[in-house]
Design a protein around this ligand. Structure first.
Ligand code: ASP
Length: 581
């Protein structure tokens, strides 16, 4: 070994020991008589000391060591006179006997310290240098621990990890596929899996009963902070279960991770029907760290001669507690916020419940003090509160108010990053209408089963059918989702009909699954969690890029290896592909 210890392990108990360390030169300080080097490896930083009086040659050699040189350092552990309480090795230093350069380094393009001067693109290009930095290293370690703990939990309760193929078949449902041309089958293509959905169901047909996999999935979608073209799922499926069994099993996983990773005990996760989530939070992933529930005012405020309200489908608001003293400027800023195209409201109505019990609102012309008092009562508001109200069609108004609710959560600093509020959102609609394609799409995916009690209206009122589908939401982030599946050929066929497939299309694309259902498919259901998102949430990161070793940029490019890239004419010929210029 080129070292006896790592750069993170020496303590006062090692004082006097002769040690050999290997690592990278993070920083060197030349104080004339003495030169200090911070030597870094994955485990930490240790201070090396070179003394001009006792060993001038060595000290001169040390002065030549540049940042990020890889060196081997031999010396004796000594107590530091000037202790550094910020690092675990801060009580000791190594008095150097010799150093050897194992490999020099060019000057790095940005500083490799906790706070760096490197811009995003530069750090992506030199990701291997960025990964040397503590914050990213911590994220990688967190990711590793969460993966190990997930496997431990599942192993203990009898789940087995089974790999499913990456070269599969392209299907039209869901997001866009990445495709891979087949050399051996001219003109034909594989698709990379958007998830192992059909394979895990086939594993249930095969009798494997409890399956999981930490698995890469691929979706060719436009990218955002929480999306990458390839990402990792904790994918799970089990047989002979109903919805509550599935929720309890995976709630167990979540609780285990909370306990061992975050050291928090979380209460049992509430189950909230989708309709309730939409009505009270305007979102299917409500952030429950704060209340600020929606209150609808249709009954109280419609039909009183105020056109904006009278012509609206929905009047709905939130109570920003203690905000009655908001200035004109602050209210204008909120109005600008809701008018942003991403939020989409036309305007914002406010009602200030003044400390003296009077009201001041933006609709004083239409509503007197007594009317405003009835609104305030509906919100359970007290003097000092501020009501913020939107009006319009149901879905966009709920959406806009949900954005405003989160914005107020930020402004009032009531979204505590150290508080975790998980919940299951249940009873999602089975289908959603798509105006572009003029047909229903599966809200979750086409393999999700309808609720038994809603099957009778599948033909007459498909939009009203609820599914045995659920999402795990933590602090407003959708961490995962799943469903109890259809396990019967006839029902699956019917589902494809509702989704606008001809029987031939359904058979050619999903025949393998429907055929399998005729050979004794057990009732089954499962879930998949977005592993990157979960790690990001636990690591307090906004973007999943921070928890992926080698992510892609917003244009879907890996700027380090410069991919995607053109391929040679020979490769194209071999694949019988041509590129039109
Ligand atoms: N395969 C689904 C997904 O990727 C999850 C599931 O239904 O288990 O969203």
């Amino acid at each position: 070994m080129l070292r006896t210890h790592t750069c993170g392990e020496l303590r006062t108990s090692n004082i006097g020991a002769n040690v050999t360390l290997s690592g990278w030169v993070q920083k060197s300080r030349d104080l004339g008589g003495m030169t200090f080097i911070d030597l870094r490896d994955r485990y930490g930083i240790t201070q090396l000391v070179f003394n001009m009086d006792t060993n001038a040659d060595l000290c001169n050699e040390a002065r030549k060591l540049g940042r990020e040189f890889v060196i081997q350092a031999i010396g004796k552990v000594a107590e530091r006179s000037n202790k550094n309480k910020n690092i675990p090795t801060g009580d000791i230093e190594i008095i150097m006997d010799s150093v050897q350069v194992l490999n020099p380094s060019k000057l790095p393009p940005f500083t490799i310290e906790n706070e760096t001067d490197g811009g995003e693109e530069l750090r992506m290009k030199y990701r291997y240098l960025d990964l040397r930095r503590n914050p990213l290293k911590e994220n990688m370690l967190l990711r590793h621990r969460m993966a190990i703990e997930t496997r431990k939990y599942f192993d203990e309760i009898g789940f087995i990890e089974i790999e499913t193929p990456y070269l599969i078949k392209s299907t039209p449902e869901g997001a866009r596929d990445f495709v891979v041309p087949s050399r051996m089958n001219e003109g034909e293509f594989y698709a990379l899996p958007q998830s192992p959905q059909t394979f895990k169901q086939l594993l249930m047909v095969a009798g494997y009963d409890k399956y999981y996999q930490l698995v890469k999935c691929f979706r060719d979608e436009d990218l955002r902070a929480d999306r990458q073209p390839e990402f990792t799922q904790i994918d799970c499926e089990m047989s002979f279960v109903d919805q509550e069994d599935v929720l309890n099993t995976f709630e167990g996983l979540a609780k285990h991770l909370f306990k061992v990773i975050k050291n928090v005990e979380v209460d049992d996760f509430p189950r909230m029907p989708y309709d309730e989530a939409m009505k009270y939070y305007g979102s299917d992933k409500p952030d429950l760290r704060f209340e600020m529930k929606f209150v609808e005012l249709n009954e109280l405020a419609k039909g009183k001669g105020f056109m904006v309200f009278d012509s609206a489908e929905l009047l709905v608001g939130i109570n920003a507690e203690g905000c009655a003293d908001y200035s004109r400027k602050q209210l204008d800023a909120l109005t600008d916020f809701v008018r942003r195209p991403q939020v989409g409201a036309k305007g914002l109505v406010y009602v200030k419940y003044n400390e003296d019990g009077s009201f001041k609102s933006s609709v004083d012309k239409f509503f007197d003090q007594a009317a405003l008092k009835t609104w305030a009562d509906a919100f359970n508001a007290k003097p000092g509160d501020l009501l913020l109200i939107l009006a319009g069609d149901v879905a966009p108004t709920r959406f806009a108010l949900s954005s405003l609710r989160l914005e107020m959560g930020d402004r009032l600093e009531i979204k505590d990053p150290n508080v975790f509020k998980p919940l299951w959102v249940v009873d999602f609609p089975l289908l959603e209408w798509n105006d572009d394609s003029q047909r229903y799409h599966a809200m979750h995916h086409p393999f999700t089963s309808p609720k038994l009690e809603d099957v009778t209206i599948l033909d007459s009122d498909p939009g009203k059918v609820r599914a045995n589908a659920y999402d795990l939401v933590i602090n407003g982030v959708e961490i995962g989702g799943g469903s109890i599946r259809i396990h019967n050929r006839e029902m699956q066929k019917k589902m494809f009909q509702i989704l606008g497939f001809t029987d031939e299309e359904a058979q050619s694309q999903f025949g393998f699954l429907m055929n399998a259902f005729e050979f004794g498919a057990p009732p089954h259901g499962g879930v998949a969690f977005g592993f990157d998102r979960w790690v990001a949430l636990f690591g307090g990161q906004e973007s999943i890029r921070e928890v992926i070793a080698f992510p892609k940029n917003n244009a879907g490019r890996d700027v380090m290896i410069d991919s995607p890239s053109v391929i040679s004419k020979d490769q194209l010929d071999e694949l019988k592909l041509s590129i039109k210029k």
